[in-house]
Design a protein around this ligand. Structure first.
Ligand code: MN
Length: 181
């Protein structure tokens, strides 16, 4: 009888061990779920940027030679409800601008055939005749003062770093459009 009780006790210990493990596992599960939810909440918060230009149906010309950067930028811009046209280099950008109808250009600085600086200079040169001024925002991997000055002296209105950060981009575009008014 005593032995039987011992075995029973051992069994119950084992069962409680299993139960503890299950509880621990579910706690781990909860932690994982909570962590994921937290991440999701942060994403939602990021998406809820307060901005005067958010939701405005801007027509954007994106001049970017890198396919991955193109895709990323298009996704971000279209998510804002903006219409995006892609140019693969500066030359294409100049051609698109002539066709008109854009509110803003996002111009990569380094591109083959014609880079962003050259393209901007050409666009500004042509605008001397038309009297227009399309806002051009430089996209660049570098955030050096020197690069910024190069962009501005080429005739660009603003400057944002790649990969695109929505908040930074919004701020830049907002400021430029405000100045235009
Ligand atoms: Mn490039």
């Amino acid at each position: 009888m005593e032995l039987e009780a011992k075995i029973r006790k051992q069994q119950s210990v084992k069962i409680s061990d299993v139960l503890i493990k299950l509880v621990k596992r579910s706690k781990l599960y909860d932690n994982i779920v909570n962590a994921l939810l937290k991440k999701e909440k942060t994403k939602v918060r990021e998406a809820r940027i307060e901005s005067a230009i958010k939701g405005k149906p801007l027509k954007i010309l994106l001049a970017e030679d890198n396919l991955i950067s193109q895709k990323l930028a298009v996704r971000i811009l279209e998510k804002q409800g903006w219409k995006v046209t892609v140019a693969n280099n500066g030359k294409e950008a100049v051609e698109w601008i002539e066709k008109n109808g854009f509110d803003l250009v996002l111009m990569d600085v380094q591109m083959p055939e014609m880079d962003g600086l050259e393209a901007t200079k050409e666009i500004r040169e042509k605008e001397k005749i038309t009297g227009k001024h399309i806002p051009i925002v430089a996209l660049t991997a570098h955030a050096f003062k020197e690069d910024e000055e190069k962009c501005l002296s080429a005739g660009m209105d603003g400057y944002t770093t790649k990969p695109i950060k929505i908040q930074e981009l919004f701020k830049t575009i907002e400021n430029i459009l405000k100045e235009k008014q």
